[in-house]
Design a protein around this ligand. Structure first.
Ligand code: PLP
Length: 432
């Protein structure tokens, strides 16, 4: 592998032009150090950086690319749509096709509204829940990430966990005054919050199966408890499936666990790598949205035909066999990681949620954010850099999920297996 000379040159320039040199913090490699690779091309399971190095990509643009990079059906759909015009700011039949595809996979979605990012979808779902219930308070869980909307940036996961900050500067106390943050997988804490604030709680928002503090699946019965407490207290349950939706099964985490929230939040896979997202659920609740109801929500590019076409092509190509392959690829990868870390005597746990997983350096259970933070995170940077140097592009933080795609081949697993041996050795030799 070539030294990252062109990436280094570009990064030096980038930091003078873009804060931190990146347009989303986790890309800056803050948690692992070193120079982020500037990418020039993706095809199938691979990415190439500007120095011509090839990587087996285990990030998949942070989840959307279940089919791999530049899938021919998706490219053709995007090119077709683009030829007919990039944006109309008016309804298109394509939007109905996408809603149909979502509803077939996730039947509790009676109505859907398309937006441009997961942040916008989660923000809008919370506003809708507040408008529909006439209540102000929102329960969220420590370590869950719902994008960077102000009221949900309290003890959030993802990039903010990477930066080691509990919250963001610029978010006022007033903006989070109605946000109740409690530990995940702790039914007693949820019950206590409802006992104290029940009549004021508009909604509970939860990552369907959290992946933003590393992967920390819901304990058996936990989501059901959320459903039950919301029902008892007249609050809405919002399931954030931005990461899990259309990835873990055709119906996302809902397709595996089967507990229907009042509102879903979607993004990533449903737009196939283009900027689109959505929120939706019970028609009665969605009827509160403008122009029918009084909860305002809008977007110049919402339902953008090119983004919608990429999503449609992705969902249409994602037949049942795709999900079997995603599960098999994830299981095979987890086995290789486990074998390498075991061989080198590195304490580890690899929690999974469907085909999502992450690697924690600990032998203790990891049910919540506090436990995730207490793991031996200092082993992660050398582990990550050994993978990178040997052609494997893993998440640059221990608090992120790994994402497989269906395009991975035996040759890729051979590359990964060889890289893992170096990575596990470096993790074993690491010191705090
Ligand atoms: N919700 C979850 C569960 C996410 O993982 C993310 C992004 O990673 C978001 C919301 C925000 O989505 P976006 O980055 O598209 O704004």
């Amino acid at each position: 592998m070539k030294l990252s000379s062109e990436s280094e040159r570009l990064f030096k320039r980038a930091v003078t032009m873009i804060p931190g040199g990146v347009n989303s913090p986790v890309r800056a490699f803050t948690a692992v150090g070193g120079v982020p690779r500037f990418m020039s091309r993706g095809a199938g399971p691979h990415l190439w950086d500007v120095d011509g190095n090839r990587y087996v990509d285990l990030i998949a643009s942070w989840g959307p690319l279940i089919l791999g990079h530049a899938h021919p059906d998706v490219l053709a759909a995007v090119a077709d749509a683009a030829r007919s015009g990039l944006s109309f700011g008016a309804p298109t039949p394509l939007e109905l096709d996408l809603v149909d595809e979502v509803q077939r996979r996730v039947p509790p979605v009676e109505q859907l509204r398309l937006v441009n990012s997961g942040t916008e979808a989660a923000m809008s779902a919370v506003r809708l829940a507040r408008g529909a219930t006439g209540r102000a308070k929102v329960i969220k869980f420590a370590g869950h990430y719902h994008g960077h909307t102000d009221s949900l940036l309290a003890q959030a996961g993802s990039g903010i966990a990477t930066l080691g900050t509990p919250s963001s500067a610029g978010v006022t106390e007033a903006q989070t005054a109605h946000t109740i943050v409690i530990p995940y997988n702790d039914p007693a804490a949820v019950r206590a919050a409802f006992a104290e604030h029940g009549a004021d709680i508009a909604c509970v928002i939860t990552e369907a199966a959290p992946g933003n503090m590393g992967v920390v699946p819901p304990a058996p019965g936990f989501t059901a408890t959320l459903r039950q407490l919301c029902d008892e207290h007249g609050a809405l349950l919002i399931s954030d499936e931005v990461m899990t939706g259309f990835r873990l099964s055709p119906g996302g985490w809902f397709g595996l666990e089967g507990i229907a929230p009042d509102l879903f939040v979607f993004g990533k896979v449903m737009a196939g790598g283009m900027p689109a997202a959505a929120f939706g659920g019970r028609a009665e609740v969605m009827a509160e949205l403008a122009p029918v109801g009084s909860v305002y929500q809008a977007g110049t590019l919402s339902g953008n035909p090119v983004a919608v076409s990429a999503g449609l092509a992705t969902l249409r190509a994602a037949h049942d066999g795709v999900y079997t392959t995603l599960d098999e690829n994830a299981a095979r990868l987890c086995r290789l990681i486990d074998a390498a870390l075991t061989r080198h005597g590195v304490p580890h746990r690899i929690p999974t949620a469907g085909s999502m997983f992450s690697v924690f350096f600990t032998t203790d259970p990891v049910p919540d954010f506090a436990a995730a933070r207490a793991t031996q995170t200092w082993r992660y940077p050398p582990f990550f850099h050994a993978l990178l140097a040997n052609g494997v592009y893993a998440p640059p933080s221990p608090f992120e999920s790994w994402f497989v795609n269906v395009a991975m081949t035996d040759e890729d697993f051979t590359t990964i297996e060889a890289a893992l041996d170096h990575a596990a050795r470096h993790a074993a030799e690491a010191t705090p």
